[in-house]
Design a protein around this ligand. Structure first.
Ligand code: ADP
Length: 488
């Protein structure tokens, strides 16, 4: 049975035994041990102690950066094995998991470079008698809680800046993707991260995750996952007066204007919703198409969707893999049945796939639904599956109103050859990321996060390290004479 990683030790957790299962055929990848409440206590105490060690607290940025550069190299050197492991854990096609692993390496390297160039700021003193400055201090022990859909990328996105800032981290990965998180711990260990600064504690969110975020020594919750869990964690953080970073759900609109390059747009829309089988917070799940091109666009969209290669995630030609598990497949299917009940017309898909080798896994056909309004349940709730709802529009003001009529505000896509219009629309949409004539592309230097119920705070970008720090202002007196107030 796979051990967990607790304060530099590989050992059996005292919680229940858990299983990682390959979504493509239900076969067992491995059994692993989960943490008990006592393990959580031990890991957090060790993290607190390790964080306070002068050798870490007072380490130079260049020394912490060295660990991250090494982590980046090790991730890259192990890309094939890590991608394969993630595919076994969550069923994403290999081409996608390879991309996520490389993105994790890039994040570690970029964060190291940012750390080396992070400055202390001399502030305007308002008196020649002092020198004033603002420095950044680490927070202490940080809880990183991650989902199963893009594990290594979202984990390094938290671990790299939190550790660069000089904190210790307790990582609670999603139950389904604990194996890849443990492998990541091995690479941090090999890169020379001092003992205790990182523990990876698999287990149930409601038990292990909850014990971590409730612990008085935890000073920040960095969470990626569903909006309802995020809201619960925000309540806990508010009660404890600690900060959060919350990357939550989405129901992102994609817009095809009448002058769009339809071939480009159709490819982008399909990639935006059906890659990762739609199991992405940024999936472009609501498609608004101008009535002038609605029929022509839908014809191409349906034909291309029917031609998608759904299959085993380890086959190179596969574009769409299985869903994470049967429970999730039932939830996706229930949304599609609800759409039908609400009067929606299924243009393609709308059912599970079980021919040949697909019978062994949780495969769902890429699905397109028309004939509903933006008020329909499938337009308002996050499905997290390969389900696209198409809505015609005529007037651009009405389009903006409908696109923004959502509790979510994570991302949006715009397809048009008119960049003036694209700019205006991009500014009008209440979302954290807008893609124009492209979709689901990421750069580590560009901040990412949501408006509205899609999240609080931003990850990535130059300032990600600072989000794991607190500012301290220091005044240095330069005057050799006593303060006049004290005189006499
Ligand atoms: P998803 O729907 O993507 O699985 P969740 O929000 O349920 O999203 O889970 C994301 C992460 O949050 C997982 O690691 C999960 O175990 C963890 N989690 C779930 N509930 C809690 C909780 N009450 N406290 C802390 N962590 C939790």
């Amino acid at each position: 049975m796979k051990p967990l990683f607790l304060a530099g030790q590989w050992r059996q957790g005292r919680g229940a035994v858990a299983r990682s299962v390959f979504p493509a055929d239900g076969s067992l990848n491995a059994e692993f041990s989960t943490a008990s409440i006592d393990d959580v206590e031990e890991a957090i105490q060790a993290a607190h102690q390790a964080w306070q060690e002068p050798s870490w607290r007072n380490s130079l940025p260049v020394e912490r950066a060295r660990v991250l550069y090494k982590v980046a190299d090790l991730i890259e050197q192990n890309v094939t094995q890590l991608a394969a492991l993630q595919t076994r854990d969550n069923g994403k096609p290999l081409a996608e998991t390879r991309g996520l692993v490389m993105s994790a390496a890039a994040t570690a390297r970029y964060t190291a470079a940012c750390l080396e160039t992070l400055d202390t700021e001399l502030t305007n003193a308002r008196s020649k008698d002092w020198l004033t400055m603002s420095v950044h201090e680490p927070l202490g022990v940080v809880a990183a809680i991650t989902p199963w859909n893009s594990p290594i990328a979202s984990e390094v996105q938290k671990l790299a800046p939190a550790l660069a800032a000089g904190n210790a981290v307790i990582l609670k990965p999603a139950e389904a993707t604990s194996l890849i998180a443990l492998e990541l711990a091995r690479l941090f260990e090999e890169a020379g991260l001092p003992c205790g600064l990182l523990s990876v504690l698999p287990g149930k969110g409601s038990v292990v995750g909850n014990a971590i975020v409730q612990h008085p020594l935890v000073k920040k919750i960095s969470f990626t996952g569903g909006t309802s869990t995020g809201r619960q964690l925000a309540h806990i953080a508010a009660e404890r007066l600690i900060s959060t970073s919350l990357e939550l759900g989405g129901k992102s609109p994609t817009v095809v204007l009448a002058d769009a390059d339809l071939d480009l747009a159709v490819n982008g829309v399909i990639y935006g919703i059906f890659s990762s089988s739609g199991q992405a917070c940024i999936a472009g799940a609501r498609l608004f198409v101008h009535t002038q091109v609605y029929d022509a666009f839908l014809q191409r969209l349906v034909a291309k969707t029917q031609a998608l290669r759904v299959g085993h995630p380890e086959h190179v030609e596969t574009q769409v893999g299985p869903l994470i598990d049967e429970k999730h497949l039932s939830s996706v299917d229930a949304y599609v049945r609800q759409a039908e009940h609400d009067g929606g017309q299924i243009l393609v898909g709308g059912h599970r796939l079980s021919e040949g080798e697909l019978a062994k896994g949780s495969y769902y056909a890429p699905t397109i639904i028309a004939g509903l309004s933006n008020q329909a349940t499938v337009c308002q709730e996050e499905i997290f599956g390969p389900v696209l709802v198409v809505l015609p529009f005529e007037d651009e003001q009405d389009l903006v109103q409908q696109a923004n009529d959502s509790v979510y505000g994570l991302a949006a896509g715009i397809w048009t050859e008119n960049y003036r219009k694209a700019w205006q629309l991009a500014r009008a949409l209440d979302v954290g990321t807008v893609w124009i004539n492209t979709y689901k592309k990421f750069s580590i230097s560009t901040p990412f996060g949501g408006f509205k119920e899609s999240g609080v705070g931003r990850e990535k970008g130059r300032l990600s390290i600072v989000s794991y720090m607190q500012q301290k202002s220091i005044y240095m007196g330069l005057n050799t004479q006593p303060d006049p107030w004290c005189e006499g």
